[in-house]
Unconditional design. Sequence first.
Length: 181
Amino acid sequence: MNKNYVQKNSVIILFLIYLPFTQLLIGCSKSADDLYTESILLIKKDETLEEGLKNLIQFEKKFPQDNRLPEVVLTIATVYQRQENFEEAIDTFEKVIEKYPESQEAYKSKFLLGYLYYDELNDSDNARKLLEDFVKIYPDSELTVSAKVLLQNIGLPVEKWSIVKEFGLNESKINDSQVSK
């Protein structure tokens, strides 16, 4: 066999073996800004949601001092919720609350966690505890009114909510507005 042929094939084989590793290393060397931007774009579409989630998790591990980390972890929690992976969503919302208590994402996580228990899990007891706690801790938040409305109406069908009655909405108007979304 020709020596040049063997050398050429060896180079090609080595290239094919090392190409995936090189691509992996290049992917890992993305800047925080690039990885963040790419992740946010990916999670906007259902078909790339999982890849976006992986990128966000990679961001969290790779850039633990980045000032966007509370937002990234909150976004991870909401992606888990979108995927109906409620156990992971709950754990991640709680992580934001515990690790970043002074951040805006902490109060958003507290509200979203209460809402998850209310809306997704139909767990009125946990929803009530979380939302009452939210109102006490964050009385001046823009989400406080929403938390109070939820608290007043836990356990009632939407058409019986006090705010629905206040604005004169009936069940057919509620259903029409949901269909038109």
